[in-house]
Design a protein around this ligand. Structure first.
Ligand code: AHM
Ligand code: MG
Length: 327
């Protein structure tokens, strides 16, 4: 059976992508190359993260900051690494990043737009807790060779050709979809490769984990509060890392819901539609899960601004529907 070759557990990401190339809408090899560039950037960032706890120690020995400069924050480093990898790869015309206010145009002759949060979970970066990279890939709308437009970068999540995340946890994993299911690859440090470890991931329809920052309970609307009460009545488990990728990832495997609702302070919630929510919504749906803003599918929301925020209800569909019924 030829289809199985290159899709079995232990297959490297490179081989897997090559094998799946025919599934891509425009099988020119560009998107495959782009995914490999993202994986490469992920490996580099993984290295930076694993060294980050040593920076102060190394500093004490005078081995860092030869120029006496302050160490750059890891999220800034990750942004630079990603942009560089995508620039060198040559498949991307523009990047929208949490770290940049404006569109970063990199190569007008290329076909793809990447929206990304290079390192999400900022409150966890300095304390050795799981963090993640989130990415969405779109095909540009404007003609190749011209300047990238707002229309190119403000596409609905439905238009994503691929999306994924890298989770820097107890091991590092890359999970992605091109709209043909979801596959997960674990970084094998001695090989320096991502290898297929979780093929065709399916999210449980229902679950018993709820993930929400309950400290903000009194600034949530009544419906959300009632749903939290319901979760407690059901004796569900509360799990909240404060890193969206990690919370989402756990719930996708175990069955659960992640909610970031609007609060008194943040009237549209906190999370960003274009480079945080859409990618995870695509993965959620491809694994059998669901992602809404409490009403609409996340992927049907028309983005009007690069850094637009939205409420997010994501995870096992039965739980998301239940939560919505309280709103
Ligand atoms: P960030 O982009 O500044 O890192 O914020 C996004 C993060 C998510 O990873 C996480 O789920 C959420 O913010 C936690 O926010 P809060 O501390 O308000 O619960
Ligand atoms: Mg973020």
């Amino acid at each position: 059976d030829n289809t199985a070759i290159g899709s079995t557990i232990g297959t490297t990401l490179d081989r897997f992508i090559k094998n799946k190339q025919s599934e891509f809408p425009f099988a020119t090899g560009e998107l495959s190359q782009l995914l490999r560039d993202i994986a490469l950037a992920g490996k580099i960032i993984n290295l930076e993260i694993s060294k980050s706890g040593l920076l102060d120690i190394a500093g004490a020995y005078g081995t860092t900051n030869i120029q006496g400069e302050a160490q750059q924050k890891l999220d800034v480093i990750a942004n630079v690494r990603f942009i560089r990898a995508l620039k060198n790869g040559g498949e991307v015309c523009a990047i929208v990043s949490e770290e940049d206010d404006e569109i970063v145009e990199i190569n007008v002759d290329s076909n793809y737009v990447v929206a990304m949060d290079p390192l999400d979970g900022s409150s966890n970066i300095d304390v050795n807790v799981s963090i993640g990279t989130i990415f969405s890939i779109y095909r540009r709308i404007s003609p190749v060779g011209t300047h990238v437009t707002k229309e190119d970068v403000l596409q609905k999540g439905d238009q994503q050709v691929a999306a994924g995340y890298i989770l820097y946890g107890s091991s590092t994993m890359l999970v992605y979809t091109t709209g043909h299911g979801v596959n997960g690859f674990t970084h094998e440090p001695s090989l320096g490769e991502f290898v297929l470890s979780h093929s065709d991931i399916k999210s449980p329809q229902d679950g018993n984990i709820y993930s929400i920052n309950e400290g903000s309970y009194y600034s949530f609307e009544p419906g959300v509060r009632k749903y939290i009460e319901y979760c407690k009545e059901q004796r569900y488990s509360a799990r909240y890392i404060g890193s969206l990728v990690s919370d989402f990832h756990r719930n996708m495997f175990k069955g659960g819901i992640y909610i970031y609702p609007r609060t008194d302070q943040a009237l549209n919630g906190k999370l960003r539609l274009v480079y945080e929510c859409n990618a995870l919504a695509f993965i959620a749906e491809q694994s059998g899960g669901m992602a809404t803003d409490g009403e609409r599918r996340i992927m049907e929301i028309d983005p009007l601004e690069l850094h637009q925020r939205t409420q997010l209800f994501i995870g096992s569909p039965t739980m998301v529907q239940k939560a919505q019924s309280f709103l």
